[in-house]
Design a protein around this ligand. Structure first.
Ligand SMILES: [Zn+2]
Length: 336
């Protein structure tokens, strides 16, 4: 994660970054289990090659990630010296042998580590690859992003990103599957099967959300030279921010995608102090609102606009307050 102080456009140098890719292994269950038994250790979901990188990565996410999981749900094994592990559609793993793999896209960049893991009864290979950055042409557009609850995000130009429609139906189905698990007798086969279905659906929803985050963050990075967001890691959030913590995990995934895509493209990515962004007008005056007040009406300058739209502009204003003037023009509020 980078702030404006660490990355000015003028100082920008292309460099490499990490990206992860997940591929299903078409079962070689027994062999994998034997291998895991031989060299059993529980690894972090994201295994980086040095301790420093692990630290860096875990600092970049919110502290406490990854969350606790029962050991039986979390079988994984990390290989650091991979060499030529991939031969055609086979993966050669030491202590295990050759395992068939389904590659859904070609691997780009150099492989740093490979993790083999089991998830909801299925096996996957997770490659962490190092890639060169891919700078985009300079762009003078700027954007502030306000993440919300009913809407996924509101941008400072007034456009909105809605929560995808599948989100609601998926929540309902998750609840249904959870109830089914709860109804079944503990340690029964039927319960175990219900748990597996629930886990699979959970992972499916997670992948869908991830895909959505990738697409939306890609659009924003392609269209803007400066991207301003709230720093949701700042503790002691103001009252208006509390509701957002509900969705924290989702936001921080989205924001870290924005951060690394912006970094790779040579964009400026700024995280601003989130306190009071919903209680301030772009003229600087305080405009108190409760969570239910959807409209912003400033008695100082007369600005009357949608609450989230104003917040997104306040976020952009705060980002421009940084001492970088490299690509900052005159601010023309797009709110009328
Ligand atoms: Zn005002």
């Amino acid at each position: 994660m980078i702030g404006a102080d660490q990355m000015k456009p003028s100082l920008y140098r292309p460099h490499s970054y990490h990206e992860d890719r997940l591929f299903p292994l078409t079962l070689a269950r027994e062999r994998l289990l034997r291998g895991l038994h031989f060299q059993y250790h529980l690894e972090r979901h994201y295994a980086y090659s040095t301790h420093a990188e692990v630290q860096q990565e875990s600092n970049a996410r919110n502290p406490g990630y990854p969350r606790f999981r029962a050991a039986r749900r979390y079988d994984s094994m990390t290989f650091r010296q991979i060499g030529k592990a991939l031969i055609g559609n086979k993966l050669r793993l030491s202590k295990i042998g050759k395992v068939k793999i389904r590659m859904h896209c070609p691997l780009e960049g150099s492989v740093r580590t490979l993790t083999v893991k089991r998830e909801a009864g299925r096996w996957f290979a997770l490659f962490i690859v190092q890639r060169e950055s891919q700078p985009l042409l300079r762009n003078i557009n700027t954007v502030g992003i306000d993440v919300g609850l009913s809407l996924f995000a509101t941008l400072s130009d007034g456009s909105v990103i809605e929560n995808p429609r599948w989100f609601q139906t998926a929540q309902a189905k998750l609840r249904r599957l959870q109830r089914r698990v709860a109804r079944r007798k503990r340690e029964s086969n039927r319960r175990r099967k219900a748990i597996l279905l629930l886990q699979r659906f959970h992972n499916h929803v997670r992948d869908q959300r991830r895909d959505f985050h990738h697409k939306e963050s890609r659009k924003i990075v392609n269209q803007n030279g400066l991207i301003a967001v709230e720093d949701l890691n700042i503790k002691g959030l103001a009252s208006g921010m509390l509701a957002k913590s509900v969705n924290d995990a989702g936001w921080s995934n989205f924001l870290s995608m924005l951060a690394y895509k912006a970094e790779s493209a040579g964009r400026v990515f700024v995280k601003v102090d989130p306190r009071g962004t919903s209680q301030t007008c772009i003229c600087g005056a305080e405009v108190r609102k409760t969570l239910n007040d959807r409209w912003h009406l400033c008695l100082n300058c007369g600005l009357s606009a949608d609450r989230d739209h104003v917040s997104a502009q306040v976020i952009l204003l705060r980002a421009r307050g940084e001492p970088s003037d490299a690509n900052v023009g005159v601010l023309i509020p797009s709110v009328v």
